[in-house]
Design a binder for this molecule. Structure first.
Ligand code: HAM
Length: 415
């Protein structure tokens, strides 16, 4: 039996890295006053069709959709924004009358062709700030995503930034782009010929070389912004400058989801191959209204945990259990000490000291090898000579009384 294609097991030794990513996400997101939200792993299919857009790759090709036993169409969530917006409306969180800030951590699902950094079950950490169109909030979300990635020690990150306009100016751009694409229909791939007609912005996301070459000359969204979107974007840029955030303008960055308005951004890392986007996000000022709420502007981003783990994995030493090694390993000189050993193990754990023992009746020598490999701080040897406490770091050992062990170990780890 093997895990399904595009999924993978994260095993002890690697999970510590994932825990670190999640821990830092929680810390950084809390610093910016985001509260955790947990939405269901599956939702009604129409939620994603209506938000991400019916003619996007995600909805057309990549959703895990199934009928439940009552014939309802459900879909494993391919992204997090739609579920957060649904929850925001369902629980009337707007009635609290201010900006609502959420973060999430969890698995997402897209039926994509698997490759390094691209899985069918992947993990994201992300935030959504709902209830303000202040450009300072766009700058904050970009700053937050960089703070998060930098806190993990990631360097060589590059921010691409764009604005794709609002309900007033985006349709004007769409027409301009469509006119341009019509002149190049023959040169586009089959999918893009169809996209040019139904959803021209999606041609800008196509990864095929011939389409990439054509759209290099396509009109830029920034040239079509209405005065208020222009002012908004200038303010986002000014605030980023104030915060000392370096970015690159990327005039055709529209991102693969239909709900974006105004600011869009992506963060890429040079250490990743073809799938080099570690994070992406932007504004979605129309989405809440489209779901039946009052017009409510919002902005957010999500980062891919699998990709971050890939980058962090490079050049990192592999230890058996990372930073989570037990503090104490109990070695025994024979089966007759087993009862005493179990009791001591239990006492150590009850008093908050992580501990492990030998279950296989190995020789003392090989038990020491195991203790060493685990990276424990102390080994306790139970045998004829009484109880020996060995400080593995200092290489010193001494005889101790049973009742002194726990306090002895605890005082050493405090210092
Ligand atoms: P997205 O760009 O589709 O945006 O995904 C965000 C990040 O998730 C990507 O930059 C990438 O690191 C990771 N990712 C996406 N697909 C995969 C995959 N198949 N395998 C591994 N990693 C993947 C969104 O999902 C938006 N909801 C972000 C957002 C939040 N916009 C506003 N608020």
């Amino acid at each position: 039996m093997k895990a399904p294609r595009g999924t993978r097991d994260v095993l002890p030794g690697e999970t510590e890295k994932w825990q670190k990513i999640e821990k830092i996400a929680r810390r950084v997101f809390s610093l910016y006053n985001y509260g955790e939200i947990r939405t269901p792993i599956f939702e009604d299919t129409s939620l994603f069709e209506r938000s991400i857009g019916a003619s996007t790759d995600i909805v057309e090709k990549e959703m895990y959709t199934f009928l439940d036993k009552k014939g309802r169409s459900l879909t494993l969530r391919p992204e997090g924004t739609a579920g957060v917006v649904r929850a925001y409306l369902e629980h009337k969180l707007y009635s609290r009358g201010g900006l609502e800030k959420f973060f999430y951590i969890g698995p997402f699902f897209r039926y994509e062709r698997p490759q390094a950094g691209r899985n069918r079950q992947f993990y994201q950490v992300g935030v959504e700030a709902i209830g303000s169109d202040n450009p300072a909030l766009d700058a904050e979300v970009i700053r937050l995503s960089l703070d998060f990635l930098n806190s993990l020690g990631l360097k060589t990150l590059q921010v691409s930034l764009n604005s794709i306009g609002c309900s007033a100016c985006q349709p004007v751009y769409r027409n301009g782009l469509q006119e341009f694409l019509e002149k190049h229909l023959e040169e586009l791939c089959d999918d893009c010929r169809e996209r040019a007609r139904r959803n021209p912005l999606r041609v800008l996301d196509c990864k095929r070389e011939k389409c990439i070459a054509i759209v290099e000359d396509a009109p830029a969204t920034l040239d079509f912004l209405c005065p208020s979107c222009k002012t908004h974007f200038e303010s986002v840029r000014r605030y980023l400058d104030v915060l000392g955030t370096i970015y690159e303008l990327s005039p055709r960055l529209v991102r693969g989801l239909d709900y974006y308005t105004r600011t869009t951004f992506e963060i890429v890392h040079s250490g990743l191959g073809a799938q080099n986007a570690v994070a992406g996000g932007g504004r979605f000022d129309r989405l809440i209204e489209e779901f039946g709420g009052k017009p409510t502007p919002a902005v957010g981003f999500a980062a891919g945990v699998d990709r971050i783990a890939l980058i962090m994995g490079k050049g990192e030493e592999k230890s058996a259990r990372g930073g989570n090694a037990p503090i104490v390993y109990i070695a025994t000189a024979g089966r007759e000490y087993l009862e005493e050993c179990i009791l001591l193990l239990n006492d150590l754990r009850s008093s908050g000291v992580s501990a492990e023992m030998d279950y296989d009746g190995r020789s003392l020598k090989s038990q020491f090898r195991v203790a060493d490999k685990l990276g424990v701080r102390f080994a306790i040897i139970l045998g004829q000579e009484g109880i020996i406490l060995r400080d593995m770091r200092k290489g010193e050992q001494k005889e101790v009384k049973r009742e002194e062990i726990i306090d002895g170990v605890k005082s050493c780890i405090m210092t």
